[in-house]
Write a protein that binds this ligand. Structure first.
Ligand SMILES: CCCCCCC/C=C/C(=O)SCCNC(=O)CCNC(=O)[C@H](O)C(C)(C)COP(=O)(O)OP(=O)(O)OC[C@H]1O[C@@H](n2cnc3c(N)ncnc32)[C@H](O)[C@@H]1OP(=O)(O)O
Length: 719
């Protein structure tokens, strides 16, 4: 877990050996403590260098250990002993020094970093704070403003920035470990007291209170209801106002509070869920680690609407040459200008040059004959998409992969019109596609493992969090969204207002409630889908009883809002009113209030007071209930995949872990009981009926979410 050797006759080299990231697990902490004791007591040793195996210094504490009781030596005394030692200790930082790994570097007397190394204190993103002295040492080393920013955001910084900030003493392009050994030899005999960061006085700015207050406001706005950034600010205040030992005590108290809050568990679950989601499997047994993706050098995107443009940018900025296709000259020119503008802005932001030479624009599908992969992003119309796939099938060489960006149509029906159904898959991006991190990779029953491996790996290359899902209407994300949106509108019928529902959801942690979000996305899209599926519009069967469609409860209020030309922010009116089209400041609209009152009195609905608790339960329990059904149907492989989809595609608050983790924390028994209660009250809403899997899990004693897979395994899987 750590190798000890003597180099250059008098330098003890301690190499952390815990792949893949040299995390500070209990055996590693033990090995560091023992190695340091040995180095300090060996009279031959004049200096010490600490480095990590395989070009990675240290990825921090072993996050898996947070789930259980502390075993092995605690980290803080191990680190304190290094700092207090009477021989110079140099950290040789290659790869990463994150969290506890950074804190380990901070107790060394000198730090040498490789030019490609990244450093940071990302604990806040795990719902905790740098509690091995990081919150107390970093402000002493680089001052309050810079430390506050790094600790509250968890941002990783480059070696160059670390040098500028005074975190590292030297940056090298050569072997950092060898440089550190040379550096250590030169440091022998120099006084160490000024190199012990805990002994430094924190440079305290005169406007400390204002600074901390501004930081508090900022994190409260950015991360509603999240405790860790606020605790980080309090810890930094302690570093500014208390002696080191008292500051450490405060750091520890704050850590205990965070650990017991439930939020830390949610954040840490998200960390592992995100990594698990990339590990896909198909019913054939093919999976992420036994299937080879193809290399994609050239691609085509069909349709330069909002989605298509974002997809072109996502591909081009990772060096893939792209042919963009439109059906009319004007649309093509408009799309071309938009794409170029987006790429230029993106390149400017990243400080690189825009890869415009990778772009080609055409009106003809004939130009696509040599591309490796096509992503179709035309209008959401099955007949149109089928025509495009038939044409592609004729034009593209037989090995070209054909993907669709449909947000919910049958991918296998598209595969069926081609001469290569095994090379067809869904690549469902989220809008705006060059910004949103989520990619649902839709595995049709005939998609080959190579096709899925390629789509997943292309997603990763584009910086997306890719999740493999089955082929069912709406796939995973949009399939779950429907019952959630339905509950929100049913609550309007029953007496709630858009403002009240949004506030409850925002207090829960969403950046935007469902109605504000719908106004932002545009209400006309859903209206068109409802018209096409016969739920509203002239094609609706007039024999339908009011507020019922296709045998179930239906709320026509969203249609009524659209009939008034209120399509959301873009028209300046929607569920809210805005000062002008395009404005984002939503204000309650008396006309909506009026519409709701008239509607309720027309149907004889007596409005009732609806609690925030009911809003949260009905919207979120129904969301998870559909998630359970998706697991039952084998359309998602595990609850973690569903949670990752909601975290990255629908901005589900991270401190709640995702809808499936959230209900596991509420308690499955309670969720079952509440769904049964609401279903009894609303028997015409089938989505409120508890799913078989939820009942099964409760009957099996409500196992933790990480264990649900064991109960799903026996069911039919499409993945
Ligand atoms: C009073 C109490 C005192 C307690 C004090 C504790 C204070 C210290 C706290 C911490 O240090 S918290 C941890 C801080 N560190 C991090 O947040 C880093 C997390 N890791 C990453 O960001 C990335 O993994 C990476 C290091 C940048 C590498 O990225 P890469 O894309 O190359 O690989 P991944 O797929 O992300 O990871 C590979 C593999 O390793 C697992 N893993 C990574 N980091 C950790 C870790 N810190 N602990 C445990 N496991 C880790 C990751 O889950 C992957 O596992 P598999 O999926 O392959 O099984």
């Amino acid at each position: 877990m750590a190798r000890y050797e003597l180099v250059k006759r008098s330098v003890a080299l301690i190499t952390l050996t815990n792949p893949p990231v040299n995390a500070l697990s209990s055996p590693v902490r033990h090995a560091i403590a023992k190695s340091m004791e040995r180095a300090l007591s060996d009279p031959k040793v004049t200096a010490v260098v600490i480095c990590g195996e395989n070009g990675r210094f240290c990825g921090g504490a072993d996050i898996r250990e947070f789930a259980g009781p502390l075993r092995g030596p605690p980290l803080i005394p191990v680190l304190d002993a290094i700092e207090a030692g009477r021989k110079p200790v140099v950290a040789a930082i290659e790869g990463v020094a994150l969290g506890g790994g950074f804190e380990l570097a901070l107790v060394c007397h000198y730090r040498i970093a490789h030019s490609k190394a990244r450093l940071g204190l990302p604990e806040v993103t795990l719902g905790i704070l740098p509690a091995a002295g990081g919150s107390q040492r970093l402000p002493r080393l680089i001052g309050i403003p810079a430390a506050l920013e790094l600790i509250t955001t968890g941002r990783h910084i480059s070696a160059q920035e670390a040098l500028k900030l005074g975190i590292v003493d030297q940056v090298t392009d050569q072997n950092a470990c060898e440089m550190a050994v040379e550096f250590a030899l030169k440091s022998v005999g120099k006084p160490l007291s000024s190199r012990r960061v805990s002994m430094l006085t924190t440079p305290c700015p005169p406007d400390l209170d204002a600074l901390l207050e501004a930081a508090t406001m900022q994190v409260k706005k950015k991360a509603r209801g999240v405790m860790a950034p606020l605790a980080c600010i309090q810890a930094v205040r302690a570093a500014a106002t208390m002696p080191f030992s008292k500051g450490m005590k405060r750091e520890s108290e704050l850590m205990t509070t965070l650990f017991n809050s439930g939020q830390a568990q949610a954040f840490q679950y998200c960390f592992f869920a995100q990594r698990t989601a990339g590990k896909w499997t198909l019913p054939s047994g093919a999976q992420w680690n036994n299937s080879k993706p193809r290399e994609i050098r050239s691609a085509a995107v069909i349709g330069l609407g909002t989605m298509g443009r974002g997809i072109v940018v996502s591909l081009a900025r990772v060096g893939i040459s792209v042919i963009a296709v439109e059906s009319e000259k004007k649309l093509l020119e408009n799309g071309r200008q938009m794409v170029i503008g987006m790429l230029e802005r993106d390149a400017k932001r990243r400080g690189v040059s825009a890869s415009l030479n990778l772009l080609n624009f055409t009106l003809s599908l004939q130009d696509l004959k040599d591309v490796d992969l096509v992503i179709e992003a035309v209008f959401e119309d099955m007949a149109l998409k089928k025509r495009v796939f038939q044409e592609l099938s004729k034009v593209c060489r037989p090995t070209t992969l054909l993907c669709t960006n449909t947000s919910g149509l049958d991918v296998d029906a598209l595969a069926g019109v081609t001469n290569r159904p095994h090379l067809v898959a869904g690549m469902h991006f989220f809008s705006p596609a060059h910004v949103m991190k989520l990619l649902e990779v839709v595995c049709g029953p005939r998609s080959s493992s190579e096709t899925i491996a390629t789509a997943m790996s292309l997603g990763k290359k584009m910086g997306k969090v890719s999740v493999a899902v089955g082929n069912c209407p709406g796939f995973v994300g949009n399939r779950m969204l429907k019952p959630y949106l339905d509950q929100a509108t049913f609550l309007l019928e029953e007496g709630a207002t858009p403002e009240q529902i949004d506030k409850a959801l925002e207090d829960f942690g969403f950046a935007m409630g469902v109605f504000r979000m719908s106004d932002l996305a545009g209400l006309d899209v859903g209206w068109r889908v409802r018209k096409e599926s016969g739920l509203t519009g002239p094609d609706v069967d007039s024999k339908n009883p009011p507020r019922r469609r296709q045998g179930h409860r239906y709320c026509p209020i969203p249609d009524m809002v659209c009939e008034q030309g209120r399509f959301g922010q873009k028209t300046g009116r929607g569920w809210y009113m805005y000062d002008k089209p395009g404005d984002t400041n939503a204000k309650p609209d008396p006309l909506i209030q009026n519409l709701l009152e008239t509607y309720r009195s027309r149907y004889g609905i007596q409005p009732r007071n609806i609690s925030d608790q009911e809003i949260i339960e009905r919207c979120l329990f129904v969301l998870a209930n559909e998630g359970f059904r998706i697991l039952e149907d084998g359309m998602a492989a595990r609850p973690e995949d569903i949670d990752v989809i909601y975290l990255f595609g629908y901005a589900f608050p991270r401190h709640r872990g995702g809808p499936m983790f959230y209900v596991s924390m509420v308690g499955l028994e309670r969720v079952l009981e509440r769904l049964e209660y609401y279903h009894q009250a609303h028997p015409d809403v089938p989505h409120l009926e508890p799913s078989a899997l939820l009942k099964k899990l409760v009957a099996c004693g409500s196992p933790p979410v990480q264990k649900w897979r064991e109960y799903i395994k026996t069911m039919h899987s499409h993945l």
